[in-house]
Design a protein around this ligand. Structure first.
Ligand code: DC
Length: 224
């Protein structure tokens, strides 16, 4: 099995930003597993499959046709997501998908359908895999497990700033409420809830920039 880095943590903590940079720097493959659950949610919306229909959702997950492509230089995205031949990178972040994805990802049938696919990717090459249950369930034998943490207020502040920069008019309190809701759903579900893996390197990212966090991870990889 090639060298795998598992990165877990709550919504809005910066897992994707840190994971993608880490992967690029070391020539590792990067997989943000959240996009798999988002893609299933998007197809469920398109096909009018209810978020409370585990069999219908699992059927979507089993046959999910998804590709992740490196974004063009200058793109606002780190990578483009193609589902059934169409670019859906923005749609996966829409409020429709956002409001559905925690319920969709809570079903064990959906998680089982996506499990081997994630493991196959990890087996195929050196990789940085980002999610909620990577160190605990998907890759319990990962070479390095990292758990990124930050207070609700810090994560909400970062997300609010990012949304402002993109020109979205959002109220800070709304961002806090949405993150709190997702924390509760991600940590409270019965199957593969968000947990700190027992053998993870926990990094408190409060007040730290991306470079500081990367340096801590790289020190653990023996490359820092
Ligand atoms: O990381 P994200 O916000 O894109 O994740 C979207 C949703 O998918 C989130 O509500 C939790 C879920 N998810 C999960 O349950 N397990 C993962 N490994 C990754 C994401």
């Amino acid at each position: 099995m090639p060298f795998n880095v598992a990165v877990d943590g709550p919504a809005g903590v910066g897992k994707s930003t840190v994971g993608k940079l880490l992967a690029d720097r070391h020539g590792y493959l990067f997989l943000d597993t959240g996009v798999l659950y988002r893609a299933v949610s998007l197809l469920a919306l398109r096909r009018s499959v209810s978020p409370s229909d585990p069999q219908g959702l699992a059927a979507i997950a089993c046959t999910l046709d998804i590709e992740l492509l490196r974004a063009e230089p200058g793109s606002k995205h780190m990578y483009e997501v193609i589902v059934e031949g169409r670019v859906v990178t923005d749609e996966l972040r829409s409020s429709d998908v956002e409001s559905l994805v925690s319920e969709v990802s809570a079903h064990s049938e959906v998680r089982t359908a996506l499990l081997e696919r994630q493991r196959d990717i990890a087996r195929a090459s050196r990789s940085v895999i980002v999610g909620r249950d990577i160190g605990t369930v998907v890759l319990p034998d990962a070479d390095l497990k990292v758990y990124l943490d930050a207070s609700l207020e810090e994560r909400a502040g970062r997300r609010w700033k990012e949304l402002q920069q993109r020109g979205a008019s959002v109220v800070y309190e709304q961002v806090v409420a949405e993150l709190r809701r997702r924390d509760e759903l991600d940590s409270g579900r019965a199957t593969a809830p968000l947990r700190v893996p027992a053998d993870a390197r926990v990094i408190d990212t409060n007040g730290k920039d991306v470079e500081m966090v990367l340096a801590e991870i790289e020190a653990s990889m023996g490359a820092g």
